[in-house]
Design a protein around this ligand. Structure first.
Ligand SMILES: C[S@@+](CC[C@H](N)C(=O)[O-])C[C@H]1O[C@@H](n2cnc3c(N)ncnc32)[C@H](O)[C@@H]1O
Length: 161
């Protein structure tokens, strides 16, 4: 990884990189999100959100359809682990917008178990930046098998909000 990419990935500024609204709107029309667990009051994407002070990592996401664009610092692996683990509940879906770092340990451990991965063509422009990100992005969907959800009556009850 070159110096520019490293700075972009791990600087505190990069952790505020806001999802492009057009991309969020497109995903929201597919999923209808109810929780943004990595947010500030200024950049939250859902009515329900957790800030750094509230700590989205240490709150439950259960029962939500979650949109997660995590801080892109070194803790990103904790967010991806959390996304995967929360999505093991039948009533919880987690959609992650993350750098497409397919060579990382966490990618192999968690992202490869995703229901779907969309690779973004080209580079995203986060927030109001005039420049494209120095890394590729992917949208990773963590959700349990839907067929089981539908045919397991106990799970079906759990799914009713
Ligand atoms: C990449 S930005 C995403 C912002 C916004 N949710 C979006 O999608 O545009 C990540 C956000 O997570 C916040 N954050 C950092 N640590 C957090 C934590 N432990 N719990 C919740 N939010 C956190 C940062 O302040 C930042 O606003």
């Amino acid at each position: 990884m070159n110096k520019k990419t490293q700075e972009a990935m791990f600087s505190s500024k990069s952790s505020e990189w806001e999802t492009p609204q057009k991309l969020y709107n497109m995903l929201n029309s597919m999923f209808n999100f109810t929780l943004d667990p990595c947010a500030s009051p200024e950049n939250s994407k859902c009515r329900k959100y957790f800030t750094k002070e509230e700590d989205g990592l240490n709150n439950t996401w259960k029962g939500h359809t979650v949109f997660m664009n995590p801080p892109y610092g070194r803790d990103i692996k904790k967010w991806i682990k959390k996304a995967y683990e929360e999505s093991r509940a039948y009533d919880t879906t987690v959609v992650c917008l993350i750098p497409a770092r397919t060579d990382t340990k966490y990618w192999h451990e968690y992202c490869m178990k995703a229901e779907k991965i969309y690779f973004v063509k080209g580079r995203l422009k986060f927030g109001d930046s005039a420049n494209s990100a120095p890394f590729p992005s992917a949208v990773v969907v963590f959700r349990r098998d839907r067929w089981f959800k539908i045919y397991n009556p106990k799970a079906l009850t759990l799914c009713q909000n």
